[in-house]
Write a protein that binds this ligand. Structure first.
Ligand SMILES: [Zn+2]
Length: 192
């Protein structure tokens, strides 16, 4: 870190989202727990477009501690589900812009939850590229090499170690999915 770089405190003081979290800047809050706050986006892409913010100031996902980030999926699931219920939405688009190259404009980490209805014209679509299988294999290998540095073990080693743990997780997920489908999806499709 060089001397010209602002300290974390200075960054936080200038961060509009930290001010929203502290309450200095008003917002329409829709969720809060130990680690996250969700507020309605002031320039919503759709009705109910919300931002899930970490209470602490982090710029990008890799900075967020494991014990915080592991709860983000649960928060996203619950808020997505609540959006479907509240706005009669038929789906949600959920995304994180991680870094300026990815379109991140704020300095504070956030996840967008955007309720979707049919023909809403939001145009959140990705191009479908073409790729040869051999090229894809090279990309897979390159990724796995990088991942080995992150995880400290090869993919094969991790698969072996996680086998029992994973089957347990899969069972839990399946039960949860069935619950959700009965509770939510069917009723939204029939409009009840
Ligand atoms: Zn901030």
């Amino acid at each position: 870190m060089t001397e010209q770089q602002p300290s974390l405190e200075e960054v936080k003081q200038q961060c509009i989202f930290c001010q929203i979290i502290s309450g200095e800047v008003p917002s329409k809050r829709v969720f809060e727990d130990e680690n996250f706050i969700a507020v309605l986006d002031i320039n919503p892409a759709s009705k109910g477009h919300m931002l899930v913010l970490t209470k602490e100031h982090y710029s990008v996902m890799p900075q967020i501690p494991e014990n915080v980030i592991e709860n983000l999926g649960k928060v996203a699931k619950a808020l997505s589900r609540a959006s479907l219920r509240a706005f009669q939405a038929q789906g949600t688009s959920i995304f994180i812009a991680n870094g300026p190259t990815a379109g991140q404009r704020a300095q504070h980490f956030m996840m967008h939850i955007i309720p979707r209805i049919e023909d809403d014209g939001l145009g959140i679509t990705l191009p479908e590229g073409q790729i040869q299988s051999e090229v894809q294999e090279k990309i897979q290998n390159a990724f796995l090499k990088g991942a080995e540095q992150v995880f400290g073990k090869s993919f094969e080693e991790r698969k072996k170690e996680n086998k029992e743990e994973n089957s347990e997780v899969r069972v839990k997920e399946k039960n949860n999915e069935e619950e959700a489908s009965l509770d939510d999806i069917a009723s939204f499709l029939t409009g009840k």
